[in-house]
Write a protein that binds this ligand. Structure first.
Ligand code: ADP
Ligand code: MG
Length: 477
């Protein structure tokens, strides 16, 4: 039997407001426990929430970016449950009337095809606090710094059919919120995390199978692994005649498996109802239009522009626009060097290799866009060969200065003086009569041997095109 996987994601992204969604307390990460929770966040009696309009504006930006309906009226609701990190006994969220309605994003798959994934809704809510289990023997500590931090929960349609598609979708949403600068998207700090709903069904069947929900996954790699594991688990159950139970499961990254948290029977009854302390959120068309005017260029549009303006291939353009920082870096190198294709190659090749090796982001590159453009100019004007350029790049990476300084101090300037090259060529030809004979007998490959000898003699500094030309000329004399 062939099985089909069905996946829907609920992504929680922390909005980058300075203060909390219903209080004036700061949202900065990493402060000492309970130093950033005010009376409202603590849920003390007699306090009232006041909506932070910046969070509303950020939600509208997201709505515009995914071409979604933006509700003229949305309502905050109380989601009631008891947990030590939730002092009020309820979380303020949105339920029946979310701020953002239906929208869509396009994802690109590895085979080059693309697919539209529906977004059901996105709603504003506050985050809860955090339980700390490690530092307290036999007890649990509660840090309420995070309580009241604004979140945008983005709920997808069950449109994805593989773990790879789910990761592509998650990356796309991540890229959009980063482009919009509405979230720092920092996954280690929990600013971007997702719940994955997964079911399988026999291929061709119309009805969805019973789903399990994997809670709180905070890395792209884990999402893929967790889904793959869960799909296998469900198929195994079904193939041995069992039934999948609807439940919430937890992914254990250390063990690489999922395990049950609570089943449908134990599912919470949240008793949602409109929060009487907060007015409905009214969004006027003028407000939406005002925000529309401030929208930055988004990844899809930027990609198309890069293809047109810089004559890049589809894949290169997709790579270079995946993040706004990367796109800005590329544009700076491309314009300063006036060599877009070469710039793309260096960024995707050498630079990305070094970044990956040291686990750095593009904005942490020790080689600035200006420095890379300088290097590319020296390749273009034949001061150095592409091969030597790699050594220069490494030296730049290690903080030895810019390209010109390194070329100068290491004496890497290419030898283009034809007189000097000619005598080198003569020398190699005289010293290797056997290879000359082979070449004359039609063995064209031997040319590589001669080039190699000359490169060795010049430590790679001879201009390869000139050497080739001279060799051919001399050998056919
Ligand atoms: P709940 O009210 O339990 O949160 P929702 O209807 O809001 O459930 O759906 C939550 C997420 O689960 C959505 O992203 C949705 O696309 C996804 N989903 C719903 N049914 C299935 C299914 N059978 N298989 C996989 N994902 C599903
Ligand atoms: Mg839900």
């Amino acid at each position: 039997m062939e099985w089909e996987t069905v996946i829907g994601l609920e992504i929680h992204t922390q909005l980058a407001t300075k203060s909390k969604i219903f209080s004036g307390a700061p949202t900065a990460y990493g402060a000492a426990p309970n130093t950033q929770a005010c009376a409202v966040d603590l849920g003390l009696p007699g306090v009232l929430p006041v909506l932070n309009h910046e969070a509303v504006n950020m939600a509208i930006k997201f709505g515009l970016a995914i071409d979604a309906e933006i509700s003229p009226i949305s309502v905050f609701a109380r989601k009631n449950y008891f947990y030590p990190d939730l002092p009020k006994g309820y979380q303020i969220s949105q339920y029946e009337l979310p701020i953002i309605g239906r929208g869509a994003v396009i994802i690109e798959l590895q085979d080059g095809s693309s697919k539209t994934i529906g977004v059901t809704r996105a709603h504003l809510e506050e985050d809860a606090g955090k339980s700390l289990h490690e530092d307290f023997h036999g007890m649990t500590g509660i840090d309420l710094n995070r309580a009241g931090t604004p979140l945008l929960e983005i709920v997808s349609e069950p449109d994805m059919r593989s773990a790879k598609e789910a990761v592509a979708y998650m990356r796309k949403i991540h890229s959009i919120v980063r482009y919009l600068e509405i979230s720092d998207g920092n996954m280690q700090e929990g600013s971007f995390r997702c719940d994955a709903n997964i079911s399988v069904r026999p291929k061709g069947q119309k009805e969805f199978g019973t789903r399990a929900e994997l809670k709180n996954i905070n890395s792209f790699r884990f999402v893929e692994r967790a889904i793959d594991y869960e799909v296998e688990r469900q198929i195994d159950i079904l193939e041995s005649g069992g039934e999948v139970v609807q439940e919430t499961r937890l992914y254990d990254a250390n063990k690489g498996e999922t395990r049950p948290m609570r089943s449908k029977e134990e599912a919470m009854d949240y008793r949602y109802f409109p929060d009487p302390d907060l007015l409905p959120v009214e969004i006027k068309p003028e407000v939406i239009e005002g925000i529309r005017k401030l929208m930055p260029e988004l990844p899809d549009t930027k990609k198309e522009r890069f293809i047109k303006e810089y004559k890049l291939g589809h894949e290169d353009a997709a790579f270079l626009t995946a993040s706004r920082d990367m796109a800005d870096y590329f544009e700076a190198v491309a314009t300063q060097s006036a060599e877009p294709k070469l710039s793309a190659n260096w960024i995707m090749g050498e630079l990305s290799g070094f970044l990956n090796k040291e686990n750095r982001e593009i904005n942490q590159s020790p080689v600035s866009a200006e420095m890379l453009a300088g290097l590319i100019q020296r390749i273009k004007d034949n001061t150095i060969s592409g091969k030597i350029a790699k050594d220069v790049f490494e030296a730049m990476w290690n903080g030895e200065g810019d390209a010109d300084a390194i070329i100068e101090s290491k004496g890497l300037k290419q030898i283009t003086d034809s007189g000097a090259l000619e005598s080198l060529v003569d020398e190699v030809i005289t010293n290797n009569p056997k290879q000359v004979e082979q070449f004359k007998a039609g063995k064209d490959k031997v040319l590589g041997f001669f080039v190699g000898q000359i490169m060795k003699a010049t430590q790679g500094k001879a201009n390869p095109a000139q050497v080739n030309e001279l060799l051919r000329k001399k050998l056919s004399e």
